[in-house]
Unconditional design. Structure first.
Length: 337
């Protein structure tokens, strides 16, 4: 065991003292999908003392192409991602305290989830939870490692409270949130690239090194990339999250509201977005993903497997085929973005 981290300790910027810092650190990862599993495995192998990974979903066959901790047996057993991730990570490094939590992250539970963390890693697959995590990290003064990927495109930025712009400041500089892996697909190399940037910044911060804030975006298929290094100018004094510190996404009013419709095996979701999604744009994305879409000026509907989604012009949606609010939210974010 004394040689376990020897190669990492030979890396001069980390060394033995840096390794001690890692062993004393606590990382919280929100999401146990592609980015979450990639980041979690690297951090656990690196010897971060405590790693908590939270996710509300279970493992499906389509996950195995890029979510590296899971196996076919996990799919057959219908295991929650957080449960399977914890089991696998403990096999990877028994010296790390690993905790998997099956959890739908909300404004009500996020503060407790991230309290005491050295750093928070963003590995969620929906915009709403990402903004909740951003606000909670800013509120508690914890660095927040934003990362996202879809198709062959990735983006990454490390938010350092009090120094850099936060994710709320950067909204107009980030790619459109409409595309999802369910509508545009994804290739695994872009996952590894985003996770590599996130974990590299995590290792720097946790071992006491300065993190240079860079808003990175790249497309591995077209070999295009863009780095914004002068990010200080993007920080907004009137940002509700890091400027005014009103933390709007920790308010229940900013969360998409969901209700089970009595006797109908249907969940209704009301979007919290200021501007409802465009029916035409959503219909186009769903058609490009191979779904059959019926539409008129008032609504669109599409069906996949046992689930049917109806999206209205005002942004309200009905998810038929389930009375599970967490599952309905997942379908909504996968299909609508």
């Amino acid at each position: 065991m004394s040689t376990r981290y020897s190669r990492q300790e030979l890396f001069q910027p980390i060394g033995k003292e840096g390794q001690k810092r890692l062993l004393a650190s606590k990382v919280v990862i929100i999401g146990a999908g592609a980015l979450g599993t990639a980041s979690a495995e690297m951090l656990v192998r690196a010897g971060v003392g405590s790693v908590t990974i939270a996710d509300r979903d279970y493992i499906e066959w389509s996950n195995l192409q890029r979510q590296q901790l899971y196996t076919e047996q996990d799919v057959q057993d219908r295991l929650p991602k957080a449960v399977a991730a914890e089991a696998r990570l403990k096999q990877v490094n028994s010296g790390v305290h690993v905790r998997g939590i099956v959890l739908d992250v909300t404004p009500q539970n996020i503060d407790e989830l991230v309290r005491g963390a050295s750093i928070v890693v963003d590995a969620t697959d929906n915009f709403e939870v990402r903004m909740i995590a951003n606000d909670a990290a800013i509120k508690q003064g914890i660095p927040f490692l934003y990362g996202a990927c879809v198709a062959s495109y990735g983006v990454q930025f490390t938010v350092i409270p009090g120094e850099t712009p936060c994710l709320h400041c950067l909204l107009e500089h980030l790619p459109a949130q409409g595309m999802t892996c369910d509508t545009a697909g994804i290739i695994s190399p872009v996952v590894q690239q985003v996770a590599a940037y996130q974990v590299a910044d995590a290792l720097k911060w946790l071992t006491g090194y300065e993190v240079t804030p860079i808003l990175r975006s790249f497309d591995l298929w077209t070999n295009e990339r863009s780095d914004i290094r002068s990010v200080s100018s993007l920080k907004k004094a009137q940002c509700p999250s890091c400027g005014l510190k009103t933390f709007p996404f920790l308010s229940y009013d900013r969360r998409a509201k969901a209700d089970v419709l009595c006797g109908r095996n249907t969940v209704q979701i009301r979007s919290a977005a200021d501007i409802p999604p465009s029916l035409k744009e959503v219909a186009l994305r769903l058609k490009e993903a191979g779904m059959d879409v019926l539409e008129n000026p008032h609504l669109l509907s599409c069906q996949k497997d046992e689930f049917k989604l109806v999206l209205f012009k005002d942004g309200r949606a009905l998810v038929h085929g389930t009375s599970d609010i967490a599952k309905a939210r997942t379908i909504y974010h996968q299909w609508i973005g």
